[in-house]
Write a protein that binds this ligand. Structure first.
Ligand code: ZN
Ligand code: ZN
Length: 119
């Protein structure tokens, strides 16, 4: 493959924006990828920044969903377990604890599923 702008020069890579072959003189390095020097440098820089930010955001979001899921799950088990064990002594109050526990477990599962969607 030869350079798109200099058909007699061998290409060193492809422009990330237009996929044309570039020789050493025409290739600009933008954030570890190549771009047509003076033509597509801005486009490539912008698209690289966008993808980098998107990856970072989706990773952070799914991690926080997972953290919430673990937290709600633990507290939910605690409440439900406490209510279950105290049922003989507390009666209706224990049912209240169990209900809170079940609600937290439901929130935990919802967070877990939501986090998987963002992967
Ligand atoms: Zn280009
Ligand atoms: Zn060239």
């Amino acid at each position: 493959m030869n350079c798109f702008y200099h058909p007699d020069h061998p290409a060193v890579g492809l422009c990330k924006h237009c996929q044309r072959g570039l020789c050493a003189d025409c290739a600009a390095v933008v954030d570890d990828v190549l771009a047509c020097v003076g033509r597509h440098e801005d486009e490539v820089r912008m698209s690289e920044q966008l993808t980098a930010r998107n990856l970072f955001q989706s990773k952070r979001v799914s991690a926080s969903y997972l953290r919430n899921a673990i937290f709600y799950g633990l507290v939910g088990v605690l409440f439900a377990g406490f209510g279950w064990m105290q049922y003989r002594f507390l009666g209706l109050q224990a049912v209240f604890f169990i209900l809170i526990g079940l609600f937290l477990l439901y929130a935990s599962i919802a967070n877990y599923l939501e986090g998987r969607k963002h992967k």
